[in-house]
Design a protein around this ligand. Structure first.
Ligand SMILES: Cc1cc2nc3c(=O)[nH]c(=O)nc-3n(C[C@H](O)[C@H](O)[C@H](O)COP(=O)(O)OP(=O)(O)OC[C@H]3O[C@@H](n4cnc5c(N)ncnc54)[C@H](O)[C@@H]3O)c2cc1C
Length: 474
């Protein structure tokens, strides 16, 4: 995005990419060739409706008509919950699953039924989306003070009319101080939970990689893959970059460098001319692992259970299972996201060899969907452990371990920085783009193009398009 905007402002750019592919943590895996091949997302998959920078570029890259609703977790009430080996439907959570999983909570008669049920829902949501660390945070917060806080509130308006779910969004809007009563990590993560469970999420029909592929076509300067940057030296008159290509070490002098390499990778490189605070930010920023496993299936067997999107949840280590909510090809074949984990669950799965991980996921998935074991059902699979991935060494940076993002993004002379880790929206595409535009702004202030009026790339975005073309093809 930064390269595209710099070119539009009259600068000459050159992109060095270490891996053999472009896209980074946007990675659509296509099972087969051709436009109709079934696909799944190994990286980013949802675009929140208010992430205006992402939507701006989706439209700018001619992909507006490919936007359609992303059915998210807890939106499909026929989806399943595997709780301690017993499978429930989400629609039966309030009457059965929650009472089984959080038995101790329901036995605590000091609190009203509404308080216990609401707390159990909160636990289920954090269980399904959060990591083990966050699950513990909530556990501690509830037992120390949050149950008392909930007991003092009128929770009735936040249960759905049939009492089957809770509306966390309306609850947080009505009680914004509730988040501040949670431990810091949980408070910040609740922000992500609200986004991930929003009813206003979008996806790109055909795959998220259309965005990066179209962008690459729109950039005029060379984009060279297989150029692994191994050293960055900040000098008085520019930046020296060393990289390895085809086994040979090369070095070049650049006037300006914008580095979007994750700090988890950068800290393994040779860095010189950096100040101590900057080095401290690079070495200390914490990244969370994440894993995904995609199963290419002969047919969408989950539809027989009335599931047409959304996600199931299993407490047997595979956590979230996402179903496709769009049909993009004429064949019966379909791709199931058989497992999506973050944090300690991802660390556990990430340690396994790929084949073992796939078998583990297949086994856990079969408890919810025995059809996966039908001969000929599982055609192919693929997996990624972002924590071990050479080019990111982590899923995403952790917002609650962040120093102020302005400090993380702070340039070193003419070496500038961008990426999700440098933004106020870590772990989202919106953050990567916002930080890229900020970096472009900083570069053009530093080096105005002589034959053009200097204008900020943040300005031309203007107001986001409000009339998005939404297509739902469930
Ligand atoms: C599992 C998962 C799910 C996600 N889901 C969503 C979602 O639904 N919606 C959303 O908005 N966001 C989501 N995100 C976050 C989003 O994908 C990231 O925030 C974003 O893609 C990060 O972009 P970036 O440019 O900062 O980093 P990257 O995309 O990682 O780009 C960094 C680039 O640097 C390259 N590189 C690394 N080392 C070197 C080197 N030594 N030399 C040269 N090049 C190098 C890499 O190959 C890569 O191309 C998800 C992320 C993950 C991991």
């Amino acid at each position: 995005m930064a390269a595209y905007e710099l070119e539009r402002l009259g600068h000459q750019i050159d992109i060095m990419e270490g891996s053999p592919r472009i896209g980074g943590r946007i990675w659509t895996h296509h099972f087969g060739d051709g436009p109709g091949a079934p696909y799944g997302e190994l990286g980013a998959m949802r675009i929140p409706g208010d992430h205006e920078y992402v939507l701006h570029y989706v439209h700018a890259m001619g992909l507006g008509d490919r936007l359609c609703k992303f059915v998210t977790i807890f939106e499909e009430h026929n989806a399943l919950l595997n709780i301690h080996g017993t499978v429930f439907r989400i629609q039966d959570a309030a009457t059965q699953a929650l009472q089984t999983r959080y038995r101790e909570l329901f036995l605590d008669v000091r609190y009203s039924e509404n308080t216990r049920l609401f707390a159990a829902w909160l636990k289920l949501i954090v269980d399904a989306i959060g990591s083990g660390e966050l699950r513990e945070c909530l556990e501690q917060d509830l037992s120390s003070h949050l149950m008392n806080k909930l007991e003092g509130l009128n929770l009735q308006p936040f249960f759905s009319p049939q009492g089957k779910t809770i509306d966390l969004h309306t609850f947080i809007k009505a009680h914004p101080d509730f988040r501040e009563q949670c431990s810091e990590a949980l408070n910040l993560f609740l922000g992500d939970i609200l986004v991930e469970t929003s009813h206003d999420l979008l996806q790109l029909q055909g795959g998220m990689d259309q965005l990066t592929n179209n962008l690459a076509k729109a950039v005029k300067g060379p984009i060279k893959c297989n150029q692994e940057v191994v050293a960055l030296r900040v000098l008085e008159d520019g930046v020296e970059v060393s990289w390895i290509e085809a086994g040979r070490l090369h070095t070049r002098h650049c006037d300006y460098v914008l580095c979007t390499i994750p700090f988890s990778v950068m800290r393994k490189m040779e860095l010189s001319g950096f100040d101590d605070d900057k080095l401290s930010a690079i070495y200390n920023i914490v990244y969370w692992p994440a894993t995904k496993v995609l199963f290419h299936c002969a047919r969408p067997f989950w539809q027989q259970d009335g599931i047409f999107g959304g996600a199931s949840f299993s407490d047997e280590g595979i956590r979230q299972i996402y179903y496709p909510s769009i049909k993009d090809n004429s064949s019966q074949e379909s791709v199931l996201m058989a497992s999506y984990t973050i944090g300690n669950d991802a660390a556990y799965l990430g340690k396994m060899a790929e084949q073992d991980r796939n078998l583990y996921v297949q086994n856990a998935l079969s408890k919810l969907h025995p059809e996966i074991r039908t001969p000929g059902m599982l055609l192919d699979m693929t997996t990624i452990a972002w924590g071990n991935h050479k080019w990111s060494a982590g899923g995403c940076s952790l917002s609650w371990n962040h120093q102020p993002y302005q400090e993380i993004a702070r340039p070193q002379k003419t070496l500038f920085f961008a990426g999700e880790h440098c933004s106020k929206f870590p772990a989202w595409l919106q953050g990567s783009i916002e930080s890229a535009l900020q970096a472009v702004h900083n570069i053009i202030i530093h080096k105005p193009v002589t034959d053009q009026t200097t204008r900020s790339p943040l300005a031309p975005l203007g107001k986001p398009k409000t009339s998005l073309s939404l297509k739902t093809a469930i």
